[in-house]
Design a protein. Sequence first.
Length: 190
Amino acid sequence: MLDYHVLYRRITDKLVEGKMNYLFLDEIQLVPNFERAMDSLFIKNNVDLYIRPLVKQIASFLADVAGGLVTIKRIADALTSLEQKTTSKTVLTYLSAFLFYRSNRYDIVRKRYLSINSKYYPVDPALRRALLGNKRPNLGHRLENIVYIELKRRGYEIYVGNVGNLKIDFVAIKDGVTEYYQVSLTNLSR
């Protein structure tokens, strides 16, 4: 069954009206456009949907490294090393679940977009704590996450800036105006 329409019909045909239906799905990412079927099930009042732990593992990894540059391959490799074999294609599919914002890199000097190493920020800063508890709270990255969400809320197109080996946390573009932001928990030298 590799058609999301068929998947959706098969599931809805088995739902019991007037009762809560608990759905546990595994390997759902193998169905192209599975998100469409899942979105339609999420909005039903009598459906409680559970998707295999891969989503949680990806989210936990990204929450732990939020604010750091990562590649899709690095995410897949990290999960594979934790005995959760996956591929870059599967990770990309799960990243479309809208749990994280992706910020691509932008070379400020050459004025071009870079295709590798992006930063991912949880759409809700509380997601990190929900997934990781109090594990290694990196307050600098958490503050960076909040600034990212605020820039997003204000309607900016946001990139991670590069000037040679130097990094700029955010290149924010809105109405043809480019602004640069560097986020720091403190301005004290160590």
